[in-house]
Design a binder for this molecule. Structure first.
Ligand code: SF4
Length: 203
C-alpha cells in the first residue's frame, strides 16, 4: 500500500497522481539547485531573497522566513547572516520600536533577484502548452489541494491582498494608503497590496 510500489499504483489513480507530485517536487528542487550553481547561492538563500523581494515589508520577519523555508528560526537567522555577509541584504532596527528588525535587499541583492526572475520557467512553459480551459481546471484542483495542505500546516501559503477576504479597497480615498486590512488593522498603499502576505486568506 505504498505510492512508491508500482503495482499498487497500477490500480490506484490517487496513488499514481500522488507519486507524480513527488516527481514534480524533485524537479522543483533540481531547478533551484541548477540556479544556485550559476548564481553561487544555495537554494535556501535564493528562496530567502525571493521572499524578501516579494513579501510585504511588515511580514518580512525571521519567523516568517523560517516558516517559508520550513526550518527553525535559528536556521533562518543563519541564512540571513550568510546573505548579509554577501552584502545582499541589510538588517536595520526600527526607529520607533527598537525590538523590530527590518530586512531589506541591497543594490547587489536587487541585482541578484533580477537574475533569479526566470526561476520556474521550465515548468511554466509546460503548463502554458495546455489550453486555457485545461489551465483553469488544473489551477482549481491544485488550489483545492494546497488549501487542504495549508490547513494541515504542511504549506506556508501567501498571496496578495486583492484576492484576500480581509481586504477592503478604497476605505480612505485620497489618502496615500487608501486601502485597509481587516485582519492586521492596518492601512495599505497601492505598493503594499501588490506584495505577498503570509496572513492572506482567499475569498
Ligand atoms: S491579511 Fe489579506 S488584506 Fe491583510 S495584508 Fe494580508 S493579504 Fe492583505
Amino acid at each position: 500500500m505504498s505510492i512508491f510500489d508500482p503495482l499498487y499504483r497500477q490500480n490506484n489513480l490517487g496513488g499514481q497522481i500522488t507519486r507524480t507530485f513527488f516527481s514534480i517536487s524533485q524537479a522543483v528542487r533540481n531547478i533551484f539547485w541548477d540556479k544556485s550553481k550559476i548564481e553561487h547561492l544555495t537554494p535556501v538563500q535564493i528562496k530567502t531573497l525571493l521572499f524578501i523581494n516579494y513579501t510585504r515589508k511588515e511580514a518580512i520577519t525571521v519567523g516568517n522566513i523560517a516558516k517559508n523555508l520550513s526550518c527553525a528560526p535559528a536556521t533562518a537567522s543563519g541564512i540571513i547572516d550568510s546573505l548579509e555577509k554577501k552584502k545582499l541584504i541589510l538588517r536595520s532596527r526600527d526607529l520607533e520600536d527598537r525590538r523590530k528588525v527590518h530586512l531589506d535587499l541591497t543594490q547587489s541583492g536587487i541585482r541578484a533577484v533580477n537574475l533569479l526572475e526566470d526561476i520556474g520557467i521550465e515548468l511554466e512553459e509546460i503548463v502554458s502548452e495546455f489550453t486555457e480551459k485545461e489551465q483553469e481546471i488544473l489551477e482549481n484542483l491544485l488550489h483545492r489541494i494546497t488549501e487542504r495542505l495549508t490547513d494541515k500546516g504542511l504549506i506556508f501559503s501567501s498571496d496578495i491582498c486583492t484576492d484576500c477576504c480581509y481586504f477592503s479597497r478604497d476605505r480612505f480615498i485620497g489618502d496615500p494608503k487608501p486601502h485597509y486590512c481587516e485582519q492586521l488593522h492596518t492601512l495599505l498603499s497601492e505598493d503594499d497590496i501588490c506584495k505577498e502576505c503570509p496572513h492572506y486568506k482567499k475569498h
